[in-house]
Design a binder for this molecule. Structure first.
Ligand code: AMP
Length: 111
């Protein structure tokens, strides 16, 4: 079981900023920007690579939820979304998550 599933099941604490029937968003424990939130589906999908056509509606819901969370958190100057996938992508938790970061100017390209 991943740590994010434990957060969904309230087995470990998290600073939850948004929740609906399909997804959950909470503050990253090691923030890389003044605002750094992780948006995850409640369905335990390991990564983008594990998605199937059956997940199309869920994916749409996740993306449509991102700007709602950005508004909730006051990210009116813009923000960065990142989905790390696999070891070369820097993924460390194998439950799909969208990083939402903002609150400062973010450099591009990332390292
Ligand atoms: P990634 O490297 O893309 O897999 O991102 C995983 C993220 O999860 C990292 O930014 C971690 O800081 C974050 N993280 C790990 N454990 C927790 C936790 N218990 N609560 C909140 N964020 C976490």
């Amino acid at each position: 079981m991943t740590i994010f599933l434990k957060i969904i099941q309230r087995e470990i604490p998290a600073d939850i900023v948004y929740e609906d029937s399909h997804c959950l968003a909470f503050r990253d424990v090691n923030p890389q920007a003044p605002v750094h939130v992780l948006l995850i589906p409640k369905k335990p999908v390991a990564s983008l690579d594990e998605l199937t056509e059956d997940d199309a509606e869920l994916c749409g819901h996740l993306l449509l939820t991102v700007p709602k969370i950005a508004t909730l958190l006051g990210l009116d100057g813009g923000y960065r979304t990142v989905v790390n996938t696999g070891p070369h992508g820097g993924q460390t938790v194998f439950h799909l998550h969208i990083h939402i970061m903002g609150g400062r100017n973010l450099a591009w390209p990332p390292g």
